[in-house]
Write a protein that binds this ligand. Structure first.
Ligand code: IPM
Ligand code: MG
Length: 360
């Protein structure tokens, strides 16, 4: 029996609702498969915890997390804590502390889901986001606060190591997909140092991947291409901030922000990787039981794949797609199903089609 230790950090807003749903489907899957089991430990780190204790992650917290096979993360962000405090208090210390430099965000229109875009059913993208530096390096400062001469700086940091490894990761990923097509996105017309270096390193790395087709686009122009010619894109590699913005657009174009999954990977596996839905806390629907759990299910499938449970991951996605096709949709997709309805439908499917393909 293969056993995986999962650290669950549901955190804020709808995080606890979707993580509970996600764990329920993974448990169901494990029970059907019989070949693996998960051992989950819940960590109460959240904005409520911060307001009570003065910190998100307690002393030694990251060392504890390090012993897990994967981290299953809900959402962080609260109306009681400034966003930059919650982000830098919880999510970034894990992602950066565990060198999860590859943030992978697939976007696809699932069966039964309507893209707001004409021709949107052609969307099948993976956005590869640099996740350890760039505009999120935390490099800046403020001086003369409150005075007319106040100054604030926010300097993006791009390192050769950081840029090269994300490009290699993106090429490796693109190579495994049928289209084998990678689009480089930067803003190297206006930003002539770090961005030009990004472009240069991309083409250096490209020489090692002659089988992958490449092209390049400026970040502003790629938004129009995503909307007007969705089928011309496959894998996109971009900086931390650019890919952050593009991935929200991608999720919305594929039907709802409630669908998009994320893997924050440490590809070398020196540290656990972290898996989270893209959507965030969503205060407007917190506690109503109507959060779309599909993003978290898809995220769980990415986690299983990372753990080597490919058959289980495929089975889970087949279940999710059967349920979206059957129009068991939460309100963000125009339906009136609850989180529990969708979760039950997925679990029922998993149980009904118990058999797994043999594990390869
Ligand atoms: C994301 C989110 C975060 C980010 C926010 C919550 C800071 O938008 O995961 O895309 O920008 O990284
Ligand atoms: Mg974002």
């Amino acid at each position: 029996m293969r056993v995986y230790k999962i650290a669950a950090i549901p955190a804020d807003g709808i995080g606890p609702e979707v993580i509970a749903a996600g764990l329920e489907v993974v448990e169901t899957l494990a029970a059907c498969d019989g070949g693996f089991r998960i051992e989950t430990e819940h960590f109460p780190w959240s904005s409520a915890y911060y307001l009570e204790h003065g910190h998100y992650i307690p002393e030694g917290g990251l060392d504890r997390l390090k012993t897990f096979d994967a981290i299953f993360f809900g959402a962080v962000g609260s109306q009681q804590v400034p966003d930059h405090v919650s982000l830098w208090g919880l999510r970034l210390p894990i992602a950066q502390g565990f060198d999860q430099y590859a943030n992978v965000r697939p976007a696809r229109v699932l069966p039964g889901v309507k893209s707001p875009l004409i021709g949107g059913e052609g969307i099948d993208w993976v956005i590869v986001r640099e996740n350890s530096e760039g505009e999120y390096a935390g490099n800046g400062g403020r001086a003369h606060r409150g005075l007319p001469i106040e100054v604030g700086t926010e300097t993006a940091v791009f390192t050769r190591v950081g840029v090269e490894r994300i490009h290699r990761f993106a090429f490796d990923l693109a190579r495994k997909r049928p289209a084998k097509h990678l689009t480089l996105v930067t803003k190297s017309n206006a930003q002539r140092f770090g961005m030009v270096m990004w472009d240069e390193i991309f083409y250096e790395v490209a020489a090692d991947y002659p089988d992958v087709k490449t092209d390049r686009e400026l970040v502003d122009a790629v938004t129009t291409r995503m909307v007007l010619k969705p089928r011309t894109l496959d894998v996109i590699v971009a900086t931390n901030l650019h890919a952050d913005i593009l991935s929200d657009l991608a999720a919305a174009l594929s039907g709802s922000l409630g669908i998009g999954p994320t893997a924050n990977l440490n590809p070398e596996r020196q540290f656990p990787s972290m898996f989270e839905p893209i959507h965030g806390s969503a205060f407007d629907i917190t506690g109503k039981g109507i959060a779309n759990p599909v993003a978290t299910f898809w995220t769980a499938a990415m986690m299983l794949e990372h753990l080597g449970e490919d058959a289980a991951a495929k089975h889970l996605m087949a279940a999710v797609e059967a349920v979206t096709a059957a129009k068991v949709h939460t309100p963000d997709l125009g339906g009136n199903a609850t989180t529990a309805d969708v979760t039950k439908a997925v679990c029922d499917y998993l149980r009904a089609r118990k058999a797994f393909e043999p594990r390869v």
